[in-house]
Design a protein around this ligand. Structure first.
Ligand SMILES: [Zn+2]
Length: 481
């Protein structure tokens, strides 16, 4: 350790190449991946000069730390005075804490993991990460991150997330991927938004591959599992969000997509660009073959997006769910609202509408929601609420219950609610029935027609409600009168 510091003083900037020179195949021999150990210099000089005057200390801090690492320190923390203030007001008064931290997260151990991970990603991708790494005890504005030049990385060892060796080393592959992509491709500076989104998503993707399941995808994204779930459920909405903006030349917006503190809305986590980018990369790979992720290193981010065909796929999904089914008709009538991840049914049924002549007198409305993914699959069960209204109903409070699937054929799905003693039958060709029945076995799809005829006879104990849509012509003519 001392040797490295001595070299820093002599040469002003030094990389920590000594140990890796012995390894013949080391990436660091072939590349310019360098570690600049600012943190070590900080503690060394703080300990050595803590009892000297501020003037003496400042000269040392500026000459031996600030100047050698000026590009980096200015980029992260500010000017000379910002840095000396930081050293005098934060590091020196809390020196014990920082010394302990240095013992806990030992830099030589970080360095050996660093080399190991660099070799691993080089072997995995066939490409070598290049760039400079700075370790510092800073103001914890980031834990680990890079400058926009994609070559300068920093680890703020004072950040609470960086107080554990495993966390630090498991983040290396993500950052190394930036340092590969940043070198294999000249990013088009006019498209910062899509650049940032793909760059982050791709880093998450490759890191996840390298970790081979040892780190969950939510962890790779730095989201909670719950946050990741919400994103997955709303991925179409999230991808659609960038449709009209991804080619804009707007640096600030690009930053927002990677900022943990910026949220699209309360539902989603910050740094949402990571997720959107990941989904685009995944779709790209699905379409272009399992090894095609390696091509991305040489593709412009806008091209990756184009070749992923994500926007086309979303359109297709939306059509697939609604097309040619009763849902389309219901959606037209606003009885079904299509959300990104669910269909919301709001079905008014009117009793005996075919022959009673007063359909608006007595209405039962069934509300429920079905989750959708690529296609509509009717779930085993779903909660619903039921409300009666009309001339004979005094209390129109909602009743909540659950529909359980009794049977399903190519043409119909039959649900039964024990509490409501009723069946809900949805026909794929356009029929909807709500049938009161004392037992789940009473109403069967096979006998539906027979039961319907039977119910129309006055003395029948089965009551069948048909959705308004089926009686639309009747309603229309009624309304005209
Ligand atoms: Zn990143």
């Amino acid at each position: 350790m001392k040797k490295i510091v001595a070299i820093i003083v002599l040469l002003t900037i030094v990389s920590c190449n000594e140990t890796t020179k012995k390894k013949k195949e080391s990436v660091k021999d072939k590349s310019e991946l360098k570690i600049y150990n600012v943190s070590q210099a900080q503690l060394k000089f703080a300990n050595q000069y803590k009892n000297d005057s501020e003037a003496i200390r400042n000269k040392i801090f500026i000459d031996s730390i600030f100047k050698p690492y000026q590009y980096f320190i200015e980029g992260y923390m500010g000017k000379e005075k910002d840095f000396t203030d930081w050293m005098n007001n934060q590091i020196i008064p809390n020196l014990d804490h920082y010394n302990k931290l240095a013992e806990k997260v030992n830099l030589s151990r970080i360095k050996s993991s660093f080399d190991e991970k660099a070799n691993e990603i080089a072997a995995f991708t066939g490409l070598i990460p290049k760039g400079d790494w700075f370790f510092i005890y800073g103001p914890s504005w980031v834990d680990m991150g890079g400058f926009s030049d994609n070559k300068t990385m920093l680890v703020d060892l004072a950040h609470e997330q960086m107080n554990d060796l495993n966390t630090i080393t498991s983040t290396f592959p993500h950052e190394f991927n930036h340092q590969i992509y940043g070198n294999t491709l000249n990013f088009d500076k006019k498209t910062p938004i899509i650049n940032r989104i793909i760059d982050e998503g791709f880093a998450v993707y490759v890191s996840h591959k390298i970790h081979a399941g040892k780190k969950s995808i939510a962890e790779e994204l730095n989201y909670t599992e719950e946050e990741y779930k919400v994103c997955e459920q709303n991925k179409d909405e999230l991808i659609s969000f960038i449709k009209d903006i991804y080619l804009k030349n707007d640096e600030n917006l690009a930053e927002d997509f990677a900022d943990r503190g910026v949220k699209l809305n309360e539902k989603f986590p910050g740094a949402i660009g990571y997720f959107i980018g990941l989904k685009i990369v995944e779709e790209y790979v699905k379409l272009n073959g399992p090894d095609s992720w390696k091509d991305i290193y040489f593709l412009k981010p806008a091209e990756v997006l184009e070749k992923s065909k994500v926007f086309e796929k979303i359109k297709l999904n939306q059509n697939k769910v609604l097309k040619g089914t009763i849902l389309e008709k219901l959606a037209e009538e606003e009885f079904v609202i299509k959300n990104k991840d669910s269909l919301e049914f709001n079905l008014p049924f009117n009793l005996h509408s075919l022959d009673c002549g007063a359909p608006d007198c007595y209405t039962s409305t069934v509300f429920f929601k079905i989750k959708i993914s690529d296609s509509l699959v009717f779930p085993k069960e779903f909660p619903f609420s039921f409300q009666e209204s009309g001339c004979h109903v005094k209390d129109s409070t909602q009743i909540k219950s659950v529909f359980r699937k009794v049977e399903e054929t190519n043409d119909f799905v039959n649900y039964y609610s024990k509490k409501r003693k009723s069946n809900l039958i949805i026909g794929r060709a356009g029929e909807l029935y709500y049938i009161l029945s004392s037992d789940s076995n009473n109403v069967k799809i096979q006998n539906l027609e027979k039961q319907f005829d039977h119910a129309e006879q006055e003395n029948s104990k089965t009551e069948i409600y048909k959705n308004f849509i089926m009686n639309r012509n009747f309603l229309m003519s009624n309304a005209e009168n």
